[in-house]
Design a protein around this ligand. Structure first.
Ligand SMILES: [Fe+2]
Ligand SMILES: [Fe+2]
Length: 135
């Protein structure tokens, strides 16, 4: 079952960021599939790690665009990224300590957070970059 589909996503018209959003959503869906098909803890751990590493890379990419083009709301946007990463890393630690319900919390967090964040923070960034000729 696919949790989030492409067409529920806001397109920014910035190729690199859009491609990363698609990859992120694919990873959230993979996490969902891994949990619902009761695959081993090893596989779950791998998918979670990949998701977190890719999220870091994605945030760094957006922050690079923001500083490169003097985006006025940079601090606020970066703060949102930091809060989410902090939350997810805490959840991952609890998972490693044996709380096997945690991946569900991570999935829900990422799902609702990503859709809301893309709409309210990434979309305005995309509009700003487009206005600077970045696509
Ligand atoms: Fe963002
Ligand atoms: Fe984003």
């Amino acid at each position: 079952m696919t949790l989030i589909s492409w067409n529920t996503l806001n397109t920014l018209n910035v190729g690199e960021i859009d491609a990363q959003h698609h990859r992120l959503i694919a990873l959230v869906n993979e996490l969902h599939q891994t949990m619902t098909s009761a695959q081993g803890a090893d596989k779950l751990n791998r998918v979670l790690l990949e998701l977190i590493e890719f999220t870091k890379l994605h945030f760094a990419t957006e922050e690079k665009f923001m500083t490169g083009y003097a985006y006025p709301a940079y601090e606020q946007h970066k703060k949102e990224h930091e809060v989410l990463l902090g939350d997810i890393e805490q959840l991952l630690q609890r998972f490693r300590n044996g709380d096997f319900l945690i991946p569900f919390a991570i999935e829900l967090d990422l799902e609702s957070w990503a859709l809301r964040h893309i709409e309210t923070h990434d979309k305005p960034l995309g509009d700003y970059l487009n206005s600077k000729g970045v696509f």
